[in-house]
Design a protein around this ligand. Structure first.
Ligand SMILES: [Zn+2]
Length: 100
């Protein structure tokens, strides 16, 4: 799903009421919205994109560094995608073997 489509759906799904003059998002709605955006982005990098960033992500995790925001997308993709998760597990095993 592309973000513009997501935004469109959010707009069109807002109930129209004459009493509501301003749309306020509570924290739960906001969290859901962010989740949707993150998920849409994670899907958009695809497995190829994930694979390209995976070694940087694995290195940061192994070094105990804070994973940069730009790589959080990898974590999200891994949660969504089993084949990349398997790939990542294999990569971690390999990196750990090298560093020992
Ligand atoms: Zn994938």
């Amino acid at each position: 799903m592309v973000l513009s489509e997501l935004a469109f759906r959010l707009k069109t799904s807002t109930p129209v009421s004459h009493k509501v003059t301003k749309m306020k998002l509570n924290s739960v709605q906001l969290a859901n919205l962010i989740d949707l955006i993150v998920t849409a982005k994670a899907e958009s990098i695809g497995c190829d994109g994930c694979y390209e960033l995976m070694d940087q992500f694995a290195q940061a995790e192994l070094d105990g560094q804070t994973v940069p925001q730009s790589l959080e997308i990898v974590r999200t993709h891994l949660e969504l995608c089993k084949c990349c998760r398997d790939e990542y597990a294999a990569l971690l095993t390999a990196l750990r073997a090298i560093s020992e």
